[in-house]
Design a protein around this ligand. Structure first.
Ligand code: ADP
Ligand code: MG
Length: 251
């Protein structure tokens, strides 16, 4: 059998948040391998720990225990300085886009390159290519307030790609969009996966999104992986009660 290469490896990830009294552990020892080139889905009820898990992948949250590896490199042992460098190989997009409102689409996409020290002319050239890739070649000088939700998410995707990431993390990236706009953004993500070979992790509470673009999916429940498998398998015959609830009732 062909040996798959691992892009993201999580080993024994736990995360506890400090509380007024003691701590609240929201992830309890997550082991997960995501292969190079996959579009991998993570589903679960609200509060299950999906966002915390994805924020542990790029170390926006430091796991309390466990290790994160990206393309064979351990991230959890890096200094803040080395981690800033490593984060450039991980793009992220969010439900609420998080664009800089005072900057044009072009300037938003240039922003991570400015921080990385890329020369201005070079950054603009790259941003232009990326905005064309996401279908906004004619809206480069628009401000976020002048763009629709779908267009804003496209700018956010172009910005996430600006530092040539190996992975793209999507946390409820289509949850604020209507079904038609969602379909367009999902097509774009598929295209990016295929054309640029970027591994994509999709977190969502929308079962249709998973069925539309993912190869494999993990179900997370109360901070643990309840089950994991190919999208076909899980959607045909979920083995756990939480799997059945999600697949048969939420979808
Ligand atoms: P999901 O994305 O699946 O809805 P989250 O990862 O956002 O779940 O949240 C999981 C649990 O962790 C929730 O109980 C939430 O209240 C808690 N939580 C998330 N972030 C923090 C934080 N920064 N401080 C304290 N508790 C948090
Ligand atoms: Mg969330």
């Amino acid at each position: 059998m062909e040996q798959k290469e691992i892009m993201i490896r999580l080993k024994g990830i736990t995360k506890a948040f400090p509380q007024k009294k003691g701590t609240l552990e929201v992830l309890h020892g997550i082991d997960l391998d995501i292969e190079k080139g996959e579009i991998f889905g993570i589903i679960g009820l609200s509060g299950a720990g999906k966002s915390t898990l994805v924020r542990c992948i790029n170390l926006l949250e430091r796991p309390t225990e466990g290790q994160v590896f990206l393309d064979g490199q351990e991230l959890t042992c890096l200094s803040e300085k080395d981690l800033r460098q490593a984060r450039r190989s991980m793009g992220m997009i969010f439900q609420q886009f998080h664009l800089l409102m005072q900057r044009t689409a072009m300037e938003n996409v240039c922003f991570p390159m400015e921080i990385a020290g890329v020369k201005k002319a070079e950054a603009r050239e790259k941003a232009k290519e990326l905005l064309e890739l996401v279908g906004l070649g004619d809206r480069m000088e628009s401000y976020p307030s002048q763009l629709s939700g779908g267009q804003k998410q496209r700018v956010a995707i172009a910005r996430a790609l600006a530092t040539n990431p190996k992975i793209l993390l999507c946390d409820e990236a289509t949850s604020a969009l209507d079904p038609n706009t969602t379909a367009g953004v999902l097509e774009l993500l598929k295209d990016i996966n295929k054309r640029l070979g970027i591994t994509i992790v999709v977190i969502t509470h929308e079962m249709k999104v998973i069925q539309e673009i993912c190869n494999r999916v993990a179900i997370i429940s109360e901070g643990k992986i309840a089950e994991m498998g190919s999208v076909q398998e899980i959607f045909r015959a979920p083995k756990t009660q939480i799997g059945q609830e999600l697949v048969f009732h939420e979808g």
